[in-house]
Design a protein around this ligand. Structure first.
Ligand code: IFM
Length: 457
């Protein structure tokens, strides 16, 4: 069946600074937690790092030309905090100058820039003082956000405060699989809370600097499926919903935390570090909610890793993702279920009603085993199928009354996939990391036609 999108529906693609830019020591950029983490042996597959990545810092002109050929309405990228306000010292003019050039060339190509302020590259100097465990990091973030918005806000009108605070807090400070790579209980919950505070403070500063800005936050939300009728699995689903969604959606959209948080994490914190006005600050009026989605979440109840509740990390909730025997898994090991995407949107609509702002899908995509064939092409039919099905799922949610304004595919080009290094390839454009040659894949031509026609077969 054909899915038709309205003429003003925004078709975009997304990337992030540390994943593509490289040039980590150029023009005054200072180390971020991802430089430190990726240079620590054993943290990233094959000990890879973002030192060069796609060398986008030097090749952004070529990359914008690809975007122009693709016909993108909008390009979502992130600003590197350690380029703009390295070590939380004075503003680095050379760092801002890079984004000036990027934004100016995007606009000249007729592509609307959408800037994310934080896609995980926290200045290492701030981590050395406690990182997101400290509320001062939220205050520093607001200062940096104001600098970026005051400088670029005459040209950038769509602003995203944070990308996926779940990953910055839970993967970084509880599971330890992302930078800064620590495994904590209270520390991870503090990080999640201070990210919410940072979002609110930054949203205020961006609005003050750019009165006609559209301001939002990007959350990677789980579409939680209960795996059996047992009480244990129903409780596991509630705990998953709590850590994946509610500790972010409730403060941002309602200015509250769910009561379940105090129950689930009673052993590791009393939450006394939350100050009275924090939730009101986190609850800023939003022009949009950015939603990132990749796979369904199917939690079954299992024993906690740590039997003593007082010694548990925050993510040790006694749940485990169910994978069905023989089911298709992406290169990331993720199952595929486009209906779960529709279900996520209708859950948001039912749960938040009038408090839910319009939605942009700020990321969705798939890592496939892409290879350049002997004829020089990359025939990534799995990606075409995945994106087609997920766009149809978006259309289905729109038909059910969910206000979705656009879709940013992850990713424009293959890039540094965090702890998984360069092996998973998410791009519409293949990158040969030896030569930096860019090769548009079959999905590139397919997405170009989708953008041109606003139609998915
Ligand atoms: O590559 C990441 C991106 O940085 C954040 N969202 C998920 C993507 C795929 O894992």
């Amino acid at each position: 069946m054909t899915a038709q999108f309205p003429p003003d529906f925004v078709f975009g693609a997304a990337t992030a600074s540390y994943q593509i830019e490289g040039a980590v020591a150029e023009d005054g950029r200072r180390p971020s937690i991802w430089d430190t983490f990726s240079h620590t042996p054993g943290k990233v597959v094959a000990d890879e790092n973002g030192d060069i990545a796609c060398d986008h810092y030097h090749r952004f002109g070529e990359d914008i030309e690809l975007m122009r050929q693709l016909g993108l309405d909008s390009y979502r990228f992130s600003l590197a905090w350690p380029r703009i306000k390295p070590d939380d010292g004075p503003v680095n003019a050379a760092g801002l100058a890079f984004y000036d050039k990027l934004v100016d060339e995007l606009l000249a190509a007729g592509i609307e820039p959408a800037a994310t302020l934080y896609h995980w590259d926290l200045p290492q100097a701030l981590e050395d003082r406690g990182g997101w465990r400290e509320r001062s990091t939220a205050e520093q973030f607001a200062e940096y956000a104001a600098v970026a918005a005051e400088h670029l806000g005459d040209r950038v009108k769509r602003w995203i405060t944070l990308n996926e605070p779940f990953c910055s807090s839970i993967l970084g400070y509880s599971e330890g699989v992302h930078a800064p790579g620590v495994q904590e209980g209270e520390g991870a919950l503090k990080a999640a809370h201070h990210l919410m505070l940072a979002h609110g403070l930054a949203a205020q500063r961006v609005r003050a600097a750019v009165p006609d800005a559209e301001v939002g936050i990007t959350l990677n939300l789980a579409s939680v499926q209960q795996v059996s009728d047992s009480q244990a699995d129903a409780d596991a689903a509630r705990r998953s919903m709590l850590i994946d969604n509610l500790i972010f959606t409730e403060p941002v959209l309602k200015g509250t935390y769910p009561a379940l948080a105090r129950e689930v994490w009673a052993g590791i914190t009393d939450f006394s570090w939350i100050q009275d006005c924090d939730l009101a600050t986190a609850h800023q009026p939003l022009d949009f909610l950015g939603v990132n989605f990749y796979f369904p979440t199917r939690p079954k109840a299992v024993a906690h890793d740590e039997p003593d509740p007082a010694k548990r990390v925050a993510s040790d909730l006694g749940t485990e993702q169910v994978i069905h025997e023989g089911e298709y898994l992406t290169e990331m090991g993720w199952p595929v279920d486009a209906d779960a995407f529709t279900a996520l949107f209708t859950w948001l609509r039912d749960e938040y009603g009038d408090a839910l702002p319009p939605i942009y899908v700020t990321e969705n995509g798939i890592a496939c085993p892409d290879v350049v064939g002997p004829d020089g092409t990359v025939d990534d039919q799995d990606r075409i199928r995945y994106v087609g099905d997920h766009l149809a799922a978006v259309r289905s949610a729109m038909d059910q009354g969910v206000d979705i304004r656009g879709y940013y595919l992850w990713s424009l080009m293959d890039n540094f996939e965090w702890a998984r290094g360069y092996q998973p390839r998410f791009g519409l454009v293949h990158v040969d990391y030896e030569t930096q040659q860019r090769t548009p894949k079959a999905s590139f031509g397919w997405y170009r036609d989708v953008i041109a026609t606003h139609e998915v077969e």
